[in-house]
Design a protein around this ligand. Structure first.
Ligand SMILES: Nc1ncnc2c1ncn2[C@@H]1O[C@H](COP(=O)(O)OP(=O)(O)OP(=O)(O)O)[C@@H](O)[C@H]1O
Ligand SMILES: [Mg+2]
Length: 171
């Protein structure tokens, strides 16, 4: 929260090896995935990728997105994947989190990254939240020199995509 208000945190960059790093996140999230009767799958690039990034911030970002995936999915699975891509005309990494959950309406998708925006659901299993998670996530990713996009369809699931440069270059 303090970070959201000040918007002035300085990222601390280090080299992060992605297969290990995402494997740890998978382990960390497994209990809540299992508790909900979902499955957490992964597809990691065959070659190791070293990414110069802020490890704890990236961890925070991914935990937030995966927590949402769990929260807004009643049946099915969550897929955590990464691969090398071109990003901003350089080699980069793409991390994606895909779920088979309730998805988001087209109307709501326009305001997802707005503070306090939350979509009502028609099920009784409504979830609590502040509607700030994704706002913070987006700001953090941009601080790390990356971007976040998503695709979603109501009642069909969502896919969040993060792209980051392999090396952080000061502007
Ligand atoms: N994977 C997802 N599937 C379906 N809807 C989602 C998903 N992720 C986010 N949303 C929608 O976007 C809204 C905003 O998400 P965000 O993470 O910012 O807030 P929250 O989860 O409601 O609360 P919190 O601030 O505690 O994270 C959610 O309330 C939900 O309506
Ligand atoms: Mg959330």
């Amino acid at each position: 929260m303090a970070e959201l208000e000040s918007d002035s945190f300085e990222p601390e960059f280090e080299l992060v090896e992605m297969t290990n790093f995402l494997g740890e996140i998978k382990k960390l999230m497994s209990p809540s995935v299992m508790e909900k009767g979902l499955e957490l799958r992964s597809e990691f690039a065959s070659a190791n990728l070293l990414v110069q990034t802020d490890k704890s911030r990236l961890q925070h970002i991914l935990i937030n997105i995966i927590t949402n995936a769990i929260k807004y999915t009643e049946t099915g699975s969550i897929l955590l994947a990464y691969k090398a891509v071109y990003f901003q005309r350089r080699l980069g990494i793409e991390i994606s989190i895909e779920d088979t959950g309730r998805g988001m309406s087209e109307e709501f998708q326009k305001v997802l990254f707005r503070e306090f925006s939350r979509e009502e659901s028609n099920s009784e299993k409504d979830q609590q939240g502040t509607g700030l998670g994704m706002v913070i996530v987006k700001r953090m990713i941009e601080k790390l020199g990356g971007e976040i996009t998503f695709e979603s369809q109501r009642d069909a699931g969502s896919r969040f995509i993060i792209r980051l440069p392999l090396r952080f270059l000061k502007k």
